[in-house]
Design a protein around this ligand. Structure first.
Ligand code: AMP
Length: 424
């Protein structure tokens, strides 16, 4: 079968790598792909921000299955448009993707359906922010309503900071139109966990859990990024907690969306804070996470195509995924300066040597290939990933691989999975 993956980052490289292992996949395309993806799939040019461009491409290559990586095409309605034409496409519709594309929609939806989440207020002006702040303790979290690639959340120590951040969002200065509405949210304390399920609109089946590292600096300091690394272990989520999250988060979301006429198919990703009072939902994503997909798919032993089809065809069941009991980790190597400004075009060396470390796979995020060599082409450049019998083995292998790769200005966190290692 012919499969088309939409996207160009590390998550899409992991999807392509896993789909390539399916005996059913005979032709694999990625639009627009990146330097490393080219080794596993045929890269095709497309404008990921344009539905017309995506439709024209699919019309040309006629895929049997399209797998959408990033949130933007889902929010633009790629699944609606492709499905209307009879093209089998994995992911939620535009209406269902509102769970990610509008934080105010998600908060009000959670309130309607009694899904545990932080206390919040939705504001459309600085005056509304000032008035709402009276009802919150400090620190407080200020969030842009729309898609902001991880850059629309600011944790503010006091009211002045909150007013200033909300003002920058509302004026369009910080994240453009995504900030024309802001959500104020009680600041929660605890450990974060990503809980992902596969849904067919009615039934759900969990994926293994993962933890990511959003901040740029070691010890979770500095500004938020798209994600600097992630890891996944069998011990991360015990069966009781997994069942609780299914009953109190995943199933109510899927039932609630169906009841509201926006059936939710695809990956439902709940970003959770495990607080002293129990798990609370911080956000929903309507697709695989990046970089969590890299360690999660490294632990998947069954055929990904079968699972994606079960979601599209409305027959999700417990047998859709078979997981390894190994641990896995992904260390992101980024361009110096990220998440601020950075220079691209640096030559990358050592990827083959890195991949010769046992259990290692290097997923490309922001790279291009020229004359047989790889060059940096983005903020997050590589996701150096490893699987091992235990977390320490996986982490040691990943960092050994990282030490073999170099490019001018390379930056990575040295403490990815440190919390997991401490727990033993
Ligand atoms: P979000 O895009 O909503 O997941 O927010 C990005 C990151 O900001 C999260 O992964 C958390 O680290 C942090 N964050 C978001 N909401 C809260 C909250 N209510 N309390 C504490 N931290 C938060």
């Amino acid at each position: 079968m012919k499969v088309l993956v939409i996207g160009n980052g590390g998550r899409e490289h992991a999807l392509v790598w896993k789909l390539r292992q399916s005996p059913r996949v005979t032709q694999l395309y990625c639009a627009s792909g990146n330097g490393g993806i080219a080794a596993d799939a045929e890269n095709l040019r497309v404008d990921l921000k344009s539905l017309d461009s995506l439709i024209a491409l699919a019309q040309e290559i006629k895929p049997d299955l399209t797998v959408v990586g990033p949130e933007l095409p889902l929010t633009l309605g790629i699944v609606d448009e492709f499905s209307r034409r009879g093209w089998s496409t994995f992911g939620p519709t535009q209406a269902a993707a509102q769970l990610e594309s509008s934080k105010s929609f998600a908060k009000e939806f959670m309130q309607r359906h009694h899904i545990p989440t932080a206390h919040y207020a939705i504001c459309n002006s600085v005056d509304e922010v000032r008035a709402a702040l009276a009802h919150f303790h400090m620190p407080i979290v200020v969030k842009a309503d729309g898609l902001a690639a991880g850059k629309g959340v600011v944790i503010c120590k006091n009211k002045e900071e909150a007013i200033s951040s909300a003002g920058e969002m509302l004026s369009g200065k910080m994240v453009g139109d995504a900030g024309s509405t802001v959500v104020l949210e009680e600041c929660l304390q605890g450990e974060e966990l990503s809980f992902l399920v596969l849904s067919d609109g009615e039934r759900v089946v969990p994926l293994v859990a993962a933890q990511d590292h959003k901040r740029i600096g070691e010890g979770d300091t500095g500004p938020n990024t798209g994600g600097m690394g992630a890891f996944s272990t069998p011990a991360m989520l015990d069966p009781q907690m997994q069942n609780w999250l299914l009953q109190h988060v995943a199933l109510p979301v899927v039932a609630g969306m169906k009841a509201e006429g926006a059936e939710y198919k695809g990956i439902l990703y709940a970003g959770l804070m495990m607080t002293a009072k129990g798990p609370m939902v911080l956000e929903f994503n309507c697709r695989f996470g990046d970089p969590e997909t890299q360690p999660v798919l490294m632990r998947l032993e069954s055929d990904l195509v079968e699972a994606l089809e079960a979601s599209i065809e409305g027959r999700v069941s417990d047998g859709d995924f078979r997981w390894s009991n190994d641990a896995s980790v992904c260390v992101v190597m980024a361009s110096g300066g990220y998440p601020g400004s950075f220079e691209a075009g640096k030559r990358i060396t050592g990827i083959d040597q890195a991949e010769s470390v046992e259990g290692v796979k290097v997923f490309h995020a922001g790279t291009t290939q020229r004359d047989g060599a790889y060059f940096t082409a983005g903020g997050r450049v590589l996701g150096v990933s490893a699987r091992g019998a235990d977390l320490k083995t996986a982490v040691d292998s990943a960092y050994e691989a990282v030490s073999r790769i170099s490019f001018d200005g390379a930056y990575y966190r040295k403490d990815i999975a440190a919390r997991g290692l401490k727990k033993g």
